[in-house]
Design a protein around this ligand. Sequence first.
Ligand SMILES: CCC[C@H]1O[C@@H](n2cnc3c(N)ncnc32)[C@H](O)[C@@H]1O
Length: 483
Amino acid sequence: MEVTNKKLSDDVFFAEREEVLQQWPTGKGVNFDEAVKYQQSIAHNRRFGNKLAQAVKDGVTLIQPRAGVALYTQHIKLLQYLENEGEADLLPSTVDSYTRLNRYHEAEVGIEKSKESGRSMLNGFPIVNYGVDICRAVTSALDNPVQVRHGTPDARLLTEISIAGGFTSYEGGGISYNIPYSKNHSLEKTIRYWQYTDRLVGMYEEAGVSINREPFGPLTGTLIPPCISNSVAIIEALLAATQGVKDITVGYGQCGNLIQDIAAVRSLKNMTEEYLHKYGFNDVRVTTVFHQWMGGFPQDESKAFGVISWGAAAAALSKATKVIVKTPHEAMGVPTMEANAAGLRATKQIISMLRDQDLREIPEVVKESEIINREVNCILDKIEELGKGDIAIGSIAAFEAGVLDIPFAPSRFNAGKVMPARDNYGAVRILEMGNLPLSQDLKDFHRMKLEERGKFEHRDVSFQMVIDDVYAIGKGFLVGRKN
Ligand SMILES: CCC[C@H]1O[C@@H](n2cnc3c(N)ncnc32)[C@H](O)[C@@H]1O
């Protein structure tokens, strides 16, 4: 199918909707007009976009966990605990892996097994199986706005039930929930699936209901050069705005060098707004999300709190609108509610202590941010050229050509030629450019930064640095020094 960056027509959308709502019996519980009324009954301060907008006005960074369990009564208890004991400003519902793969029969079995055993046999909250009414029981039981977080290449039915179910924010995108998550989904398919999601959000917007959308920033979460993750975020923001989305949170996964992390968020915010205006979207509200360290975590809980606090500090100093919080159980798996709340409180402490400091305009950050700006422009200019102005066509062609290439991604549609490595200060640089369309002076800059490290370590710049950097994480370091 030819995917283009055009708003889906009502005919196309509603014909497809017939099929989508039949994918599982709970789809029958979705009625758009009734759902609009339900959404309009949700109080102003319990709407995700409103709380984000207030945070921007107040100059504060909000904290949000990930959380999801199989039984909805326990899920309510968990989320209430996280907003009360964890002081969470925003709440999630992290969806289970079966639902993410549209395997609703297995999710059903997981629910039954959880009922029998009394504990969660799924690694998240199975929204599709529960349907609209149970989702409303969850979202209406909480004081704070709730967002659906997942990793679903085909999330069309999930979107329908989530919004009708009272969630006021929805994560994901046709690239960011495909390439890092899936091996065999084509980009044509997932970009098109996510145009459906964004068109549905656009229809709610046109009916007077604002739903926040959040492309998934970190991608594979392993040494992702900011120019690559920022380019994907901006593309997904543009694809969403084309379908009528008006409230977008663009995201970035912490890499570990403070200057680079702050510069990346600064560049992401500025360039998302610049590109939205360039494409004629002047009424889209843009906010940012900083994801605490997405790499491997130490088992030791005290050391884990160190990593969590470092991510909290970088989020605060970059003035991100919100930060996604990790837990001291990260190395073990799905956290207990107590551990999840502890990660939130540690983050809240740092965020509160640093709220009066803002490093976005210090010269080193501005310099790094301008480099990222130039790199993103090289990539997006090439995408516009490949797509003859259409960024959906251009993005698909870009992955085919390796112009967009996400390190360590499982997708067979990803070239996998770009290799990152850290420089002597831990900033992520590019060791193998693959077909990234960076200008020669930018390529020389990356090489120079890596040569600087090689000289310091008395070794040649090589792929061994990449391996050492990946293993460094588990040993508690950023730069994988030559032993
Ligand atoms: C991109 C998502 C990866 C992160 O998402 C966390 N995660 C996944 N599922 C749950 C869950 N059910 N409850 C709390 N956190 C969860 C992982 O730990 C990891 O940090």
